[in-house]
Write a protein that binds this ligand. Structure first.
Ligand code: NDP
Length: 444
């Protein structure tokens, strides 16, 4: 691994140097184990601990198959899907790996008694499988997490609709929380040159998701002046949603849960902010009974902030706890666009507010190839910025996931792979200088 790292760190290494570098037979990766999937049976969700189920393991280096690429991972970041994998909720991810191998014999190597997780990376291409063009050993890359086969016509207009659509590092093996990772070549995109490895690895999953959810015609198709209610506006998805709304001439109404997070979103340029903890919103009287009076109180506070207007778009992901309120507060003809259900996937809402007021609920999930590329372009041009707050070493990835699960973080939590320390990998110093305050905004 040392020779490999030296080649990556040297400024004058050529593609041939990378093509000839020796690839270690084993590498370190963070993941869950098939024989531990029962470890939390009978344990309530909130008492389950990602730090207990995520292990740093030695993994045999896989060979890239057709269309696949082996990448030296310099850094990665924690996404909430790693939390789900680590909790074995809603189901152990080994079921996804087994199905992948069953349905696609060429993917049999993904079905293992371990699952190396992680759906973001920045790094350097080491080996390319048959048929890979456009990237070569030595290419500095980030990877988005959309893995598709495109062998049926379903996804030919919108790659997210492919019947074999999977999220790399969650529904496939050899994810990014590791020293090496296996991805499909079409997941690769150029690394933003003004960012360090850990900054570059922070954004792809959440930024692409927020981009489709808000900006794309496949999502809410936001336009100038739209009022957008953003749940968790200082979290992973929300910190990018806030930037996208401001960039697109929209007006974010940011919901957060602490004065510190309120300050963060204000520093991004948001003027309308609700601290849900300070306001003490309780949208449920008890686990089975929603409280519409709280929806109304929330709607009134939004109107107070906006001068009497209701949100054109509600950016949803907390799910069960907030969904009834989200449907209620959206304006007539407005859109509730949802990509997740962190607090529970069985939602309750009063349908009268939906149909009588001609609102729409739009389901959305990650982003298609093109959307992911466009979202990365915004990062590369310094128009959207990573919201990295903390960075952990690979051996502490479990603690990093724990912080995200406990909601003690803000923005994105990074994890170093092969990068020996933070701050490496920058090539465009001029652009970096120009956007430095934005890059450091979330840093603790
Ligand atoms: P984070 O934990 O980084 O941020 C979520 C934010 O939501 C928190 O900062 C918190 O903000 C807020 N929040 C959490 N629980 C509640 C609640 N009960 N009520 C109101 N607000 C709440 O996670 P991400 O943003 O990265 O991901 C959020 C969800 O989206 C996860 O479930 C994840 O799996 C999913 N997701 C889905 C994707 C897809 O493609 N379908 C892609 C990316 C994420 P605060 O406490 O400040 O209010």
């Amino acid at each position: 691994m040392q020779q490999l790292l030296q080649t990556i760190m040297s400024d004058d290494a050529e593609p041939d140097d990378f093509a000839n570098v020796e690839i270690p037979e084993h590498y370190r990766g963070v993941g869950v184990l098939a024989d531990e999937t029962e470890m939390f049976v009978g344990v309530a969700s909130e008492e389950r601990s990602p730090a207990k189920s995520l292990h740093l393991q030695s993994v045999a280096t896989p060979q890239p198959g057709p269309g696949e690429v082996l990448v030296a991972v310099m850094a990665s970041s924690i996404n909430y899907n790693t939390v789900w994998s680590a909790l074995f909720e809603p189901r152990p991810t080994f079921k996804f790996l087994a199905r992948y191998a069953r349905e696609m014999p060429e993917a049999a190597h993904h079905d293992q008694p371990f699952h190396v997780v992680g759906s973001d990376l920045s790094g350097v291409v080491l080996r390319t499988g048959p048929g890979v063009r456009g990237f070569q050993p030595g290419s500095r890359v980030v990877a988005h997490c959309l893995s598709v086969e495109l062998s049926s016509s379903d996804g030919h207009n919108d790659t997210m609709l492919d019947s074999d659509q999977r999220i790399w590092g969650y529904e496939t093996n050899y994810g990014g929380l590791a020293e090496l990772a296996l991805v499909k070549a079409n997941q690769l995109m150029p690394k933003p040159d003004h960012l360090s490895w850990e900054e570059a690895a922070a954004s792809q999953l959440v930024n692409s998701t927020a981009y489709r959810q808000l900006v794309s015609r496949n999502g809410a198709d936001m336009k100038q002046g739209d009022l957008v209610l953003i749940w968790g506006a200082a979290g992973g998805l929300g910190s990018y949603a806030t930037q996208l709304v401001l960039n697109g001439g929209g007006i974010p109404v940011c919901v957060v849960s602490s004065p510190g997070k309120a300050e963060l979103v204000r520093s991004m340029g948001a003027e309308l902010v609700i601290d849900r903890s300070a306001e003490g919103y309780r949208f449920w009287k008890d686990p089975d009974t929603p409280d519409p009076s709280e929806w109304r109180r929330f709607g009134s506070q939004i109107r107070e902030l906006t001068g009497g207007e209701d949100p054109d778009i509600v950016f949803e992901h907390p799910g069960r706890e907030t969904f009834g309120a989200s449907v209620y507060v959206a304006r007539r003809g407005g859109t509730i666009v949802t990509c997740a259900s962190t607090s529970g996937y069985e939602h309750t809402f009063d349908n009268r507010y939906l149909w009588m007021h001609l609102k729409r609920i739009v389901g959305t999930h990650f982003a298609n190839y093109r959307e992911a590329w466009e979202a990365n372009r915004l990062i590369r041009r310094g128009m959207v910025h990573p919201t990295l707050s903390r960075v952990f070493p690979l051996a502490e990835a479990g603690l990093a996931a724990e912080a995200v699960y406990r909601n003690t973080h803000s923005g994105k939590v990074g994890v170093l792979g092969l990068a020996p320390r933070e701050g490496l990998g920058v090539r465009d110093h001029a652009l970096r200088e120009r956007v430095l305050p934005q890059l450091n905004r979330f840093r603790e």
